[in-house]
Design a protein around this ligand. Structure first.
Ligand code: APR
Length: 308
């Protein structure tokens, strides 16, 4: 294939996103991991699944960043996963060291690429990669809102016993406890969710969405969610490579939009072949805007802690 996507980190999220991208046949795929043999082993395993699953693309595993050369997109999933009792912000300093190394290598070997950040805390890591790379903000974006929206949609679908595909939801803000699910922009086949679920119950589903990552962490005990984060990342890669102009929530650096400056949080964007082609500014109610600003403040503090 002429298109190449690299995935940094061949752990749970990285390997799963690689499988999901292989099944879409969008690009040749390179997985890079620091652990010797891990990316190579998983690449081989995924290659051996191709005859059964019926995909055609090359999947290559390596420990060397030079192999990401000429990638159109680099999906960053390397880092530590959250453990029970660990907040996303606890990961901050450890993952920042990893992201610094990775971003420097992306800048060196794939200077024309887009960076799709998945590593948590994703809003801070997106900002860090943006600043370290020197890329413009159209080319560095984080996966958060697609996942949070998917979680909210899945809870609504179960509640109403309808197809999850018919539920469209919008979750803004940071990927953490301060996220901002927006029920008035959430619909089932066009019908506002506020007409279908009573406010009290809806608030419970919103709370569950805010804690959905932790709910899975406490069940798994040894790691964090990976099927839904990987699915969300693959969806975003597809939007770029197919120039879909998809409207979705992504973590991007704001420069005055929503009254916020110099911080990455989830907002609705148009994602296409130029990356973040547009940041869509919704008319938020005062209390929604306040929540978004509150969320952004948390990440601004993290940015300060890292002295970026
Ligand atoms: N370069 C490349 N790979 C690295 C580096 C590095 N500097 N440091 C760690 N890794 C690799 C690890 O060897 C491991 O294989 O990153 C991988 C992480 O995989 P997992 O531990 O399985 O974690 P995973 O569940 O995939 O989560 C990764 O995604 O959703 C987020 O919160 C999650 O930040 C976490 C990330």
């Amino acid at each position: 294939m002429n298109t190449k996507v690299s995935i940094i980190g061949a752990g749970h999220v990285g390997a799963t996103v690689t499988l999901m991208l292989a099944q879409r046949e969008l690009a040749d795929l390179v997985m890079v991991d620091i652990a010797e043999g891990l990316a190579q082993g998983k690449a081989l395993d995924l290659t051996e699944a191709a005859p059964v699953l019926g995909y055609n693309c090359n999947i290559f595993g390596t420990n060397f960043y030079e192999d990401i050369k000429d990638s159109q997109i680099v999906v960053v999933t390397a880092g530590l996963a959250r453990k029970p009792g660990m907040d996303r912000l606890d990961l901050l300093k450890k993952n920042a060291v990893i992201i610094k190394d990775i971003t420097e290598n992306i800048k060196k070997y794939a200077p024309q690429s887009f960076i799709l950040m998945v590593t948590n805390p994703v809003d801070v890591m997106t900002y860090y990669a943006l600043r370290l790379s020197g890329f413009n903000r159209q080319r560095v974006f984080g996966q958060a809102g697609v996942l949070d929206g998917a979680r909210f949609s899945s809870f609504i679908a179960k509640e109403l016993n309808v197809s999850a595909q018919d539920v469209k939801s919008l979750v803004l803000g940071g990927h953490g406890d301060t996220m901002l699910p927006l029920p008035r922009y959430t619909t089932v086949c066009g019908v506002p969710i506020t007409e279908l679920i009573k406010e009290e119950r809806l608030n419970q589903l919103i709370d569950r969405t805010r804690n959905a990552g932790s709910e899975i962490v406490s069940l798994l005990k040894t790691g964090s969610a990976y099927y839904s984060p990987a699915a969300s990342a693959a969806y975003m890669v597809e939007a770029v490579l197919k120039d879909k102009k998809s409207i979705l929530a992504a973590s991007v650096c704001l420069n005055g939009e929503y009254g916020l400056y110099d911080v990455c949080v989830g907002v609705p964007v148009k994602l296409g072949k130029e990356g973040v082609e547009e940041i869509i500014e919704l008319e938020l109610k005062p209390e929604e805007k306040e929540s978004l600003h509150k969320s952004a403040t948390v990440y601004k503090e993290s940015i300060k802690e890292l002295s970026i």
